[in-house]
Write a protein that binds this ligand. Structure first.
Ligand SMILES: [Zn+2]
Length: 247
């Protein structure tokens, strides 16, 4: 039995009275657990198993199989603001999807970056949601251990000047300088301003985005990066729905 901070990433009804949840836990990464009796009127889970709620989970981890038993969930923070705007909800679902897909590698840092990101999205007006979400997603990427090279060339390691326009090669792992660009044909161009924004986001700053085309370019860059690094050929449906909301 473990007791751990956790966030509800996904929840669905199971049989007559139960719910199955996927949780981003601080101690054990993303896990699936069955909450038996969660749909009974006087369930001990109460409303705690709503999407994107943070709390303390008591989990009986089973050695065999991937479905564990949720013995209790003490909700500490529901996030109703996320459901009050389609943009916020879509963004939160995209962030949750990133965690779900990289689940087993998740760490305490991932949990904490997700928690802060969901709070930030919940507090954002619609036009500010994309920047808040992108910043949180890149921080999660960093916590997962594959932050892209941004301040030096991913190939020759030369330090990049702040005003240097470069290419971004997903396969090479980040920024590629002018001298190395012929080695990454087809790589997207990454203007200096976009690169500086990425550096700032990964460092924890909440840098806003000033127009929709810039936000869309950032969304596309992040999605391509995730697809490359997950490498299992599956799409990111929630992420793509989120991109369509803002297009
Ligand atoms: Zn280079």
């Amino acid at each position: 039995m473990i007791e751990t901070a956790a966030i509800v990433l996904h929840a669905f009804d199971y049989r007559e009275t139960s719910r199955i949840v996927r949780l981003a836990t601080r101690e054990s990464g993303v896990i699936s657990a069955i909450a038996k009796g969660a749909r009974r009127p006087k369930s001990r889970f109460g409303q705690g198993l709503d999407l994107f709620t943070s709390g303390t989970a008591l989990v009986a981890l089973h050695q065999s199989g991937d479905l564990h038993t949720l013995a209790g969930f003490d909700a500490s923070r529901a996030r109703p603001a996320l459901a009050q705007s389609l943009r916020r909800f879509g963004a939160a679902a995209a962030l949750a999807e990133v965690c779900l897909r990289f689940g087993t590698e998740a760490t305490a840092g991932v949990h904490d970056a997700l928690s802060a990101g969901l709070d930030r999205i919940g507090a954002s007006a619609d036009p500010d949601v994309p920047a808040a979400t992108l910043a949180a997603a890149w921080r999660i990427v960093g916590e997962l251990g594959f932050a892209p090279a941004l301040e030096s060339c991913a190939l020759c390691q030369r330090e990049l000047q702040p005003d240097e326009d470069v290419r971004f090669s997903h396969r090479s792992g980040g920024a590629v300088c002018h001298g190395c660009r012929s080695l990454v044909p087809g790589a997207r161009s990454l203007p200096a301003s976009a690169r500086v924004t990425l550096v700032d986001w990964m460092a924890g700053s909440e840098v806003p985005l000033h127009d929709a085309p810039t936000a869309r370019a950032h969304q596309r860059l992040l999605r391509e990066f995730l697809e490359e690094h997950l490498g299992d050929g599956r799409a990111f449906p929630a992420f793509q729905s989120w991109e369509r909301l803002d297009s």
